[in-house]
Structures are given as structure tokens and as C-alpha cells.
Design a protein around this ligand. Sequence first.
Ligand code: FE
Length: 337
Amino acid sequence: MKSRIALALLLLASQSPVFAQEKVLNLYSARHYQTDERLYDNFTKQTGIKINRIDGKEDELMERIRNEGANSPADVFITVDATRLAVADSLGLFAPVKSKILESRIPAHLHTDTWFAFSTRARVIIYNRSAVRAEDVSTYEALADPKLKGKVCSRSGGHPYNLSLVASLIAHDGEAKTEEWARGVVANFARPPRGGDTDQIKAVAAGECGVAISNTYYLARLIRSEKMEERRMMERVGIVWPNQSGRGSHINISGAGMVRTAKNPEAAVKFLEYLSSDEAQRYFADGNNEWPVVSGVTANNPALEAMGKFKADNLPLGSIAKNVAVAQKVLDRAGYR
Ligand code: FE
């Protein structure tokens, strides 16, 4: 009797719209910005697919997807830096995605078969205006010049941001030259590597360091800061777009891919395609003071505009990421920790 009631209830339930199977996309996200909320709400409005977001640190989320194995509920993994996306790919976490929309909207050097960039940031040189001349730090290579002895500050060499940059140097200059470069930079250190990009910016402003490297969104954050002292601080910091008369400045990305074991592959592809739409591009990029990747979509961000236009290195990020293991070895040998 009891089981018949249960069955009847079950049948009833399955017909009721309340219990109708709700379309949900499980998004594992190592990106958490306030504007992302609105971005995701718009996706739900357009497609009826709800987003269930699981936030975490990139390494933890990758580990989690691995541990969950075939049972993982993850449909899409979203993170920053090509190095991390390449790691996720090498762990076999991503499925190849075929999408005419993505292929036509995302430039070829900003995606692979498995992951796609949705915004870019540049890794630029910053200097103390009263201690260093811009023309002495116009390229990444110049940071190894003995002229800068005791002036260079850096976050750890092993951080993905620096690994990606060094991997790009290896692609352009070769391994031997890059190792020589790394030794030169180490010889120029004002202090052993420590802290993040923002710590380097502050140390440059304070004159503890003459020159350092930072991702652009950290600079934009301080330029746009509500704190007057941070905006004032930025007046002491000069920004150089590196390698403008050559290959252009090294850029990196925020990006995402479909998880290999996705339970909702159609929704996953739809979501990736949505992120390449004009409207989503603006939200996605602006949420972290980055640039849209789709051509013709412009950022309306005063801090980015204040930094001006630049020539970006167009080397495919997927191929740069393949040099990351070598980059780590080069930095270890050079003592760039
Ligand atoms: Fe960052």
C-alpha cells in the first residue's frame, strides 16, 4: 500500500512542472567577481539553464574534478592563465569542443581544441618614475641588463603568471638565451622574490624597487581605487608596454573549457558560446579590468583606457603553455625561485 502511494506520488511528481527536470549547468569557477553574477543571470534568462556555481581555488577545483572522476558533476571549468588551463588539459580534464560560433568569435591564438579565452590581460613592466627611465626598461629582455642591478623586484618565478611569460621568452629567444636572461634578472634583484603583483607595484611606488612586472588588471584596480592614497601612489609608477618595436607585449587570459565527463555537454557548449557574445564579453572582461577577446567589442573602462593602446604578442597561447615545464627548469637552474 505504502509503496503504491509512493509510486502514485512519484508519477504525479514527474508530471508536475515543479518537478520537471530543471536544466542546470554545474560551473566550477576559480574566478569570482561581483559582475559575474549578472553575467550568469543573463545566461539563465536567455536559455532557461540555471547555473550552479562551485567556487574554489584553481588547484583545488582541478583536484576535485580528478577525484570525482566519471561521477564529477562539473560541466565547465573556468580559471585564469593559459598555464593553468594547459595543466587542466594535460590532466585530461577537458573534452574537445566543436563550435562554429566559438571558432569564428575567438581568435585562433586565444584558444585550443579544448579551452577558450574570454578575456585578456597583459603582463607589463612598471617602474619608479624617479629611479628608472622608461627607455631603459622597454623590453622584458632589458630586465637582465646589469644597468638595473639592485633594482628589480619579482613575485616567485614558479607562479603561473611568470611561468607563462618565461615560456613565451623561450618561444621567442630560445632556452639557452632565456636561461642567461633569468640569471641576469636574478643578479639584478633588489630583494628575494616575494608577494603578489600588487606587492611589487607598492614596492615600486615606495622606491624599494626600481622596476617590476605586473598584470594590467592589478594596475587598473589601483588606478580606479576608491582610496585616494592608492590613486596617488600610482602617480609614482610608470607603465611600459614591453617589446612594442618587436613582437609585442606578453598577454594572458581568463578562459574555460568543457569538462570531459560533463553531464550536460549541450548546456556547457551553450554557456561557452554565450561567454563569447558581445554583451557577455563586456561583463566578463570588465569584471576584472580585462579586455574582451572578440574583435569589435570594446571595453568601456576608464582605467584600461588610461593605460592606452598597445601591440600584443600574437604567439598562440596553447603553444606557449607547452613550454611551461621547460620554463620551470630554466628558472630553477637560474635560481629564480
Ligand atoms: Fe591575478
